[in-house]
Design a protein around this ligand. Structure first.
Ligand code: PRP
Ligand code: MN
Ligand code: MG
Length: 178
């Protein structure tokens, strides 16, 4: 029916099974890399990061705490000024902590550049980035990505946290919008 959101998917780019495997892989790698940290903190960037965060977190096998940040980037998504507004800040200090930012996608890179510059001022012990998707063809500013799920072409993708006008985040796979 037209109420079924999969109706809007032209093509499935990354299947549920591929996502599951990748999340498992990333969880193992991250757990290994941070196993000696005594202050490991994963920070989800809302809203897009929420699904990936929840899945990834359950594949982490070492002690970890979580925080959430919400940001809004500049009006419409195609023309970005790089001005990012913080809608919800961290609840606790990150000083001395090993912070891993969890995002759904790095597109122009403006959101993460802003957030990382902002958070570096708070003196974390380390600050790294984990993103499910990377769309390098759209990059405007350099962002170092430490953990990445998939590189994707310049298509408008939805699902697994990614929205179009606030909708379709609940698709369990990553699809291209019709
Ligand atoms: C999307 C996405 C990333 C950011 C990537 O968030 O979730 O956070 O854009 O784009 P960039 O690399 O060009 O900055 P959005 O601003 O749409 O907010 P949302 O997560 O609440 O959907
Ligand atoms: Mn986002
Ligand atoms: Mg969005």
């Amino acid at each position: 029916t037209v109420r079924d959101i999969s109706f809007k998917v032209k093509e499935i780019l990354i299947t549920e099974e591929q996502i599951k495997q990748k999340v498992e892989e990333l969880g193992q790698k991250i757990s290994e890399d941070y196993k000696d940290s005594d202050d490991f903190l994963m920070v989800c960037i809302l809203k897009g990061g929420v699904i990936f965060m929840a899945d990834l977190l359950r594949r982490i096998t070492i002690p970890v705490k979580i925080e959430f940040m919400a940001v809004s980037s500049y009006g419409n998504s195609t023309s970005s000024s790089g001005i990012v507004r913080i809608l919800k800040d961290l609840d606790t200090s990150i000083e001395g902590k090993d912070v891993l930012l969890v995002e759904d996608i790095v597109d122009t890179g403006l959101t993460l550049r802003y957030i990382t510059e902002y958070l570096r001022g708070r003196k974390p012990r380390s600050l790294k980035i984990c993103t499910m998707l990377d769309k390098p063809s759209r990059r405007k500013v350099d962002v170092e990505i430490h953990y990445k799920g998939f590189e994707i072409p310049d298509k408008f993708v939805i699902g697994y946290g990614l929205d179009y006008a606030g909708l379709y985040r609940n698709l369990p796979y990553i699809g291209v919008l019709e």
